[in-house]
Design a protein around this ligand. Structure first.
Ligand SMILES: Cc1cc2nc3c(=O)[nH]c(=O)nc-3n(C[C@H](O)[C@H](O)[C@H](O)COP(=O)(O)OP(=O)(O)OC[C@H]3O[C@@H](n4cnc5c(N)ncnc54)[C@H](O)[C@@H]3O)c2cc1C
Length: 419
């Protein structure tokens, strides 16, 4: 079977869904005689599978920081995002969701969540807005296997889970297939193949925002969380990064907000064969001398294990002692301020939050998200070499770039039709 569409969006994740939702709003307002037709194609039988996992099921929709603070959390080139951000910024994202009936709340660290605490409400809001337009066809359970420019159109091949093929011809295509992270959700790097086959460069990819694996650590630590600590990343003996906040020990290693924040540089260092270590400071608010004085003042004749319960959560005491086998009152202050883990690996794409690298930003127009190589081909979201820290930055990247891509594609179609 062959179908013709004006615009095809490949991938029904955060970016693809936002593109379809914005298409619905834009087409409602369009005054042209012929309204462009749009199809959203998602390989899974449900939309936004990864979106459902975000923010531990609560979805950290965006971050409210102003651009000057926001940009420090975007890598590798925040200036690429600037146009898109100002076309559809964090406050515009919140306004969109509120207007669509989803109440939001702001939490610590300027992070926005749905008030319901359910990421499914974010997905459902986007899906409902897209489905509200009769000009948008939502196709689920079909994987795009080929995207090829063919004359004035693109030939798009799809394959259903039963193996039946179909061809769709489109005038514009938006690739929103995500990266390689958490592939069980559907993001298996197909967009890179489409981009490569159409002459684009792919910046080498890496797992990022991921757990860092200590060479050894006591299993009693698994499942524990440390609040108000600092984490220093050491590469080849140099302290290259220090962050304060919260971290967790999991079966994957050291993660949580702090672990994720240093993981971008740590993963690169590990891949380069550099000696990598993490130092946890359990008492970042006091100097070593102050801590020593406090311990001297307080300890009396208390056995060290018992005294530790006044210094740290009880569920990490065994793990702390196991990491410091020669622990005594003399070396306790250093052990508390420099709990050191040699790091020899990290959790890969299978469970990381984001992919570093992707379609080279040099091949994409920052004003329109259109390819500089192939006219009519657009990119949105994680498939591009653009990613953010934890805190809502990655979804904002997906939403802003999707908005720019769909607005540009619709504008181009309307312009072509009016000639
Ligand atoms: C566990 C976890 C928690 C996270 N939490 C947050 C958070 O709270 N806040 C935040 O800002 N970011 C978070 N992120 C990151 C965020 O989810 C991503 O940045 C975002 O989903 C990227 O959106 P995307 O649309 O580009 O890609 P995806 O969401 O990965 O969507 C891509 C879609 O394309 C589909 N697809 C792929 N190939 C094809 C094909 N050939 N044909 C048809 N369909 C295809 C996939 O099935 C998928 O549905 C989290 C990520 C993970 C893994």
């Amino acid at each position: 079977m062959t179908t013709h569409k004006d615009i095809v969006i490949i991938g029904g994740g955060a970016a693809g869904l936002m593109a379809a939702a914005q298409a619905s709003l834009l087409l409602e307002k369009a005054s042209s005689e012929r309204i462009p037709s749009v199809a959203l194609i998602e390989r899974n039988n449900i939309l936004g599978r990864k979106l459902l996992l975000t923010g531990k099921g609560r979805c950290n929709i965006t971050n409210a920081r102003v651009w000057e603070d926001f940009l420090c959390h975007i890598h590798p080139d925040s200036s690429f995002l600037k146009n898109s951000f100002f076309s559809f910024d964090n406050m515009a994202v919140i306004k969109f969701f509120e207007q669509e009936g989803l109440k939001t709340i702001k939490e610590r660290g300027e992070r926005y969540f749905p008030e319901s605490g359910k990421s499914s409400d974010v997905r459902d809001t986007l899906q409902a807005r897209a489905a509200a337009s009769r000009h948008i066809d939502i196709i689920k359970g079909k994987r795009v296997t080929k995207v090829a420019p063919s004359g004035f159109h693109f030939e798009i091949r799809t394959e259903s889970q039963e193996g039946t093929g179909e061809t769709i011809y489109a005038r514009k295509v938006i690739i929103a297939t995500g990266g390689l992270s958490y592939p069980v959700t559907g993001s298996t790097g197909d967009g890179y193949k489409f981009a490569l086959n159409t002459g684009h460069k792919i910046t080498p990819t890496r797992a990022s925002l991921t757990a860092l694996k200590p060479a050894s650590y006591d299993t009693t630590l698994v499942g524990t969380t440390l609040k108000n600590v600092s984490l220093t990343l050491v590469i080849d003996g140099d302290k290259v990064m220090k962050e304060e906040g919260e971290l967790s020990f999991t079966d994957g290693g050291i993660e949580g907000a702090l672990g994720f924040r240093v993981s971008r540089r740590a993963v690169k260092a590990i891949d380069n064969g550099q000696k990598t270590a993490l130092i946890i400071d359990l008492k970042p608010g006091v100097t070593l001398q102050q801590l020593r004085a406090r311990i001297e003042r307080e300890r009396g004749n208390t056995p060290i294990r018992k005294y530790l319960s006044s210094l740290m959560p009880s569920n990490i005491i065994n793990g702390f002692i196991a990491s410091n086998p020669r622990l005594n009152y003399e070396n306790l202050p250093e052990a508390l301020k420099e709990w050191t883990f040699a790091i020899n690996g990290y959790v890969g794409y299978e469970r990381c939050v984001i992919t570093n690298g992707g379609v080279s930003l040099k091949d994409i127009s920052r004003k329109s998200m259109e390819s500089k190589k192939i006219k009519g081909l657009y990119f949105a979201g994680e498939v591009m070499d653009l990613d953010g820290d934890t805190g809502g930055y990655n979804l904002q990247i997906a939403f802003s770039t999707a908005y720019t891509a769909i607005s540009s594609a619709i504008e181009a179609i309307l312009k072509e039709d009016s000639i």
